[in-house]
Design a protein around this ligand. Structure first.
Ligand code: AMP
Ligand code: TRP
Length: 345
């Protein structure tokens, strides 16, 4: 079966979204909404996997992330925006895929190893199972394209493995049901593109910019005001040399590479174009320009987020409407999945 192109992606409602989320994912999501049917989820069931969340804060975070999605340019009329826990097909399909995925596959997931740290015995089962729920998110809509940052590559490979094994495990039933090429679930394509698929910490160019970094100076939050953005960029770690004129000159200089990548992504251009302009400059000059650019891009988003957050009832209405539309797509796919398995008696 030729699958209708469909985009699915999601973010966790835990803490503030940051520049990595914005450049690595959101900007791409907004672009894809012009050319594809898109479904963008707030993955609240994933949010409770790593640590206990205060219920009031979680409720608030779901609304805040929805506001960030819309402020960044997602249009709830064009795209479906909803939170995961409102569409039960995600959890149900995850259970089915728990019986498809193999322990050996999950044991290879590097994100679990990073997040669980040394105390693996004390990690939640949900944290371990997180990638299976992610596969269910995507396959509940038979999505074909998944725009994410670089860190999600391995999870998407697992999603493809699950789809392929399911298609193979039920190949007879799938053929009988008339799927000529034996494909019930698509093997989705990761969309990992642009100069900022992996935005690094402003304090340490070898670490990913992350919500969970203890130092707030390591990241630019989407809620930071202009002064804070300026200060964080000014304090960003650099090396003693100026900016090179060629991309090769960024090799082995992770902090310089990161700042140039951020500039390129914010300006919607390439690193080499940025170096053509700033090659030979001191970091002080470049950082000033970068701060101005970051403020000019993020301030309007920030203001819109605040405007939207003042009307939580409107956000709840958007999420309810999105959940209704998401359910309409996911329910028939779940029913058909159950029928293939023999769970339709
Ligand atoms: P998370 O915050 O883990 O829910 O991530 C949401 C989305 O943002 C995913 O597509 C991630 O790949 C992306 N993302 C998170 N951190 C970064 C980063 N430092 N650079 C680029 N993309 C990121
Ligand atoms: N695991 C993703 C992250 O942390 C979030 C996510 C959950 C997701 N389900 C998804 C992303 C489905 C893309 C598609 O960034």
């Amino acid at each position: 079966m030729a699958f209708t192109p469909r985009v699915f992606s999601g973010m966790q409602p835990t803490g503030n979204l940051h520049l990595g989320n914005y450049l690595g994912a959101l900007v791409r999501w907004v672009e894809m909404q012009e050319t594809h049917d898109c479904i963008y989820c707030i993955v609240d069931l994933h949010a409770i996997t790593a640590s206990w969340q205060d219920p009031n804060e979680l409720r608030q975070s779901i609304r805040d992330v929805t506001a960030a999605y819309i402020a960044a340019g997602l249009d709830p009329k064009k795209s479906i925006l909803f939170n995961q826990s409102k569409v039960s097909a995600h959890a149900e399909l995850a259970w089915i895929f728990n019986c498809t995925a193999r322990l050996g596959w999950l044991n290879r997931m590097t994100q679990f190893k990073e997040k669980a740290g040394k105390d693996k015995e004390n990690a939640s089962v949900g944290l371990y199972d997180y990638p299976v729920l992610m596969a269910a998110d995507i396959l509940a809509y038979r999505a074909t394209h998944v725009p994410v940052g670089d860190d999600q590559k391995q999870h998407l490979e697992l999603t493809r493995d699950i789809a392929q094994k399911f298609n193979n495990d039920y190949r007879t039933q799938i053929a009988e049901a008339g799927y000529a090429d034996g494909q019930f679930f698509p093997l989705c394509d990761p969309v990992i593109m642009g100069p900022a698929t992996r935005v690094m910490s402003l304090r340490d160019g070898s670490k990913k910019m992350s919500k969970s970094d203890v130092s707030d100076l390591s990241r630019i939050n989407m809620t930071d005001d202009a002064d804070t953005i300026g200060r964080k960029i000014q304090k960003a770690k650099t090396d003693a040399e100026g900016l090179p004129s060629e991309e090769a000159g960024l090799a082995g200089r992770p902090e310089a590479d990161n700042l140039v990548g951020i500039y390129a992504a914010l300006e919607n251009t390439t690193k080499i174009a940025v170096l053509n302009q700033y090659g030979g400059s001191q970091f002080s000059t470049f950082k000033k320009a970068l701060a101005e650019l970051a403020v000019s891009r993020l301030s309007p988003v920030n203001a819109e987020m605040r405007r939207l957050s003042a009307d939580p009832a409107e956000i709840d209405r958007i999420l309810a409407d999105g959940a209704r539309r998401a359910n309409e797509i996911a329910q028939p796919i779940l029913l058909e999945t159950k029928r293939l398995i023999g769970l339709d008696g």
